[in-house]
Design a binder for this molecule. Structure first.
Ligand code: FAD
Length: 325
């Protein structure tokens, strides 16, 4: 038996990534049922802020300060510290996010420690021989449940599989030090560039208005953007629209894009292919506008408006504007 660790990943403004708070919530609830201690681990140049944030969700958090985490690729530095911790006292489970940083970290940590990795978890459970991980594979067509050989390992968890909820009790924060056995090849960060469209991150949006091939071109996204603006939401897209160059990849939702969980998902001219569905199916309410009543999205939308998206979208925009004005 061992502890479960939740890796606190760096978020915006030197804080904690929202995904880490979600994973901490998931691990805390499952850990309580399985009788396991769940510990947060934060590695950062200035760990106090993200560690304090993670401590809102977990009973104990280790904060490891390393200046290298600020000006080098975070995952490599964090993996080296975590590997030293694993060496000292191997945990049963290490959880990180299934985003770019969390995936890099999981791979590096696996290589350094020999622990296996289960990726892209959509949920965690407690099995007979240890933690089990549910994963969506083949573009969401199949769900698999897997455990670790030897009962120990690393899992990356998808965003938006749960909602972050702070713990009732205050946590203990511990400053930790590790001795890194061997330095990883350090990747120095020479510049940070904000991605176009990142002003409104779609993973965090409560409302998303998304456009597909049906919007017909970049101009069609003008209407999508206006609806998003008036609703105070973000713009999303299908891969068909992204591949056509109508909108940046940063807005793509689905299997090879982002996973979102807004309260409202308004889909304009989107057929609802399985690879898109896996990125947005947990939205609170899905409203689709499609001229084809038999489009696959009809099967999982809460409301399907059958009609031309420009007619319906412009009428909706007019209504919303008259209400807000
Ligand atoms: C390995 C792999 C990974 C993939 N990853 C992703 C992914 O991450 N995200 C993703 O989205 N896709 C992904 N895809 C692609 C996916 O299979 C679909 O091709 C894509 O989602 C279709 O996009 P769409 O709905 O915009 O286009 P279409 O399927 O062409 O649908 C367009 C819809 O618009 C409707 N329409 C057209 N004109 C109008 C109008 N004027 N008014 C109202 N409705 C109208 C049509 O009836 C139709 O239903 C992936 C595919 C593969 C093989």
């Amino acid at each position: 038996m061992g502890e479960w660790w939740v890796v606190g990943e760096p978020g915006p403004d030197h804080g904690l990534a929202r995904l880490s708070a979600e994973i901490a919530t998931l691990a805390r609830e499952l850990g309580a049922a399985a009788g396991r201690d769940v510990v947060g681990v934060v590695v950062a140049a200035e760990p106090s802020e993200p560690a304090a944030e993670l401590a809102r969700y977990l009973p104990r958090v280790l904060a490891i300060g390393d200046a290298a985490a600020g000006d080098h690729a975070w995952a490599g530095v964090a993996a080296a510290h975590l590997a030293a911790l694993v060496e000292a006292e191997p945990p049963e489970l290490v959880l990180s996010g299934a985003g770019p940083d969390g995936r890099d970290l999981a791979g590096a940590l696996s290589a350094l420690t020999g622990l296996g990795v289960l990726t892209n978890a959509t949920s965690l459970a407690w099995g007979d021989t240890g933690p089990t991980v549910e994963m969506s594979v083949f573009g969401g067509k199949l769900l698999t449940t897997s455990g670790f050989t030897g009962g120990r390992g690393i899992a990356t968890v998808r965003p938006n599989v749960t909602t972050a909820v702070a713990a009732a009790a205050a946590a203990v924060m511990v400053e930790a030090r590790t001795t890194i056995a061997e330095a990883l090849p350090a990747v120095r960060v020479v510049d940070r560039v904000s991605e176009a469209g990142a002003a409104a991150p779609i993973e965090e949006a409560k409302i998303i208005v998304a456009g597909g091939r049906g919007v017909g071109g970049p101009d069609g996204f003008g209407l999508v953007g206006q609806l998003a603006d008036v609703l105070g939401g973000a713009v999303g897209a299908t891969r068909a629209a992204v591949d056509s160059g109508w909108i940046p990849y940063s807005q793509q939702i689905g299997q090879t894009g982002k996973i979102v969980k807004p309260e409202l998902y308004l889909a304009l001219g989107i057929s609802g292919a399985i690879q898109h569905k896996v990125g947005m199916q947990t939205a609170g309410t899905i409203v689709a506008v499609n001229r084809d009543p038999d489009a696959p999205i009809a099967e999982f939308a809460d409301l399907l408006v059958v009609g031309d998206l420009f007619q319906v979208g412009n009428a909706l925009l007019e209504q919303l504007r008259s209400r807000s004005g």
